[in-house]
Design a protein around this ligand. Sequence first.
Ligand code: CP
Length: 306
Amino acid sequence: MREGLLGIEKLTREEVQTILDRARDFQPGPNGSGFKKFDLLRGRMVVNLFFEASTRTRTSFEIAAKRLGADTIGITAQASSVSKGESLVDTLNTLAAMRPDAIVMRHAASGAPHFLQRYLDKPIINAGDGTHEHPTQALLDARTILDRGGSLEGLRVAIIGDIVHSRVARSNVHLLAKFGADIVLCGPASLLPAELAQIAPGITLTTDMRQAIADADVIMMVRVQLERQQDSPFPASEYFSFYGLRLEHLELAKPNVIVMHPGPINRGREISSEVADSQRSVILNQVENGIAIRMAVLERVLSGCH
Ligand code: CP
């Protein structure tokens, strides 16, 4: 069985570094020259199977595969026979019988790609599983931080928002911890369980947003995941007054702080428009790096060079 990419947790620091370094070769050149086209995966077929909504991840996996010369096909939950009662295992086996070279998969259930990988002789790339991991998001986030210069070691990274439901936060924690970053997780107590401090070294928890941001090099906002909250959620205005990132907060951070958000952003809930559109925001750089990182991941998985 070929190796896919199911999460950051099980990767070594060296494996992560290799992907981050390779992604640089795929970044667009200066002067708006765009992404180059390569022939590295000509004749390969990638199936993008998305059981949850996605704009960034789905599109950038598709562009990344095409930029490498691979063919792609996209399937959504509504368009698959899962909507007619077929099991996930049967759906995956059916697709595998058509001999794709890899399956990129997003699913609302944590662990779904890990479970399916046990039954499937095709590499699966996890494009986000429930509240568990979103490995390519953490990789593109790390690439974006590194593009600003320096290293991840010793950086103070404040991750703020609905931490308990955030696969982005979890994958970032695993990645940043491997490189010796200081990670501060911040959010309302009900969305910040104490166990999260144990998942990797270098983590502190706080419910105080100002404390989290003090001296931060990176502020990473994560979305309030209304679709995953069982209890009645905070009203948007109340949440924003306690945990919404506003311009005044940036003064507490390091002068060259960058503001990140994986998207989709909810303006006026977790971030103000003034911050999202400010010079400190690298939100669109993250989106751009999504293509280079996914090219590096697809090349690694499909060319079998691990
Ligand atoms: N960041 C992210 O996963 O965005 P999408 O849900 O649009 O793919």
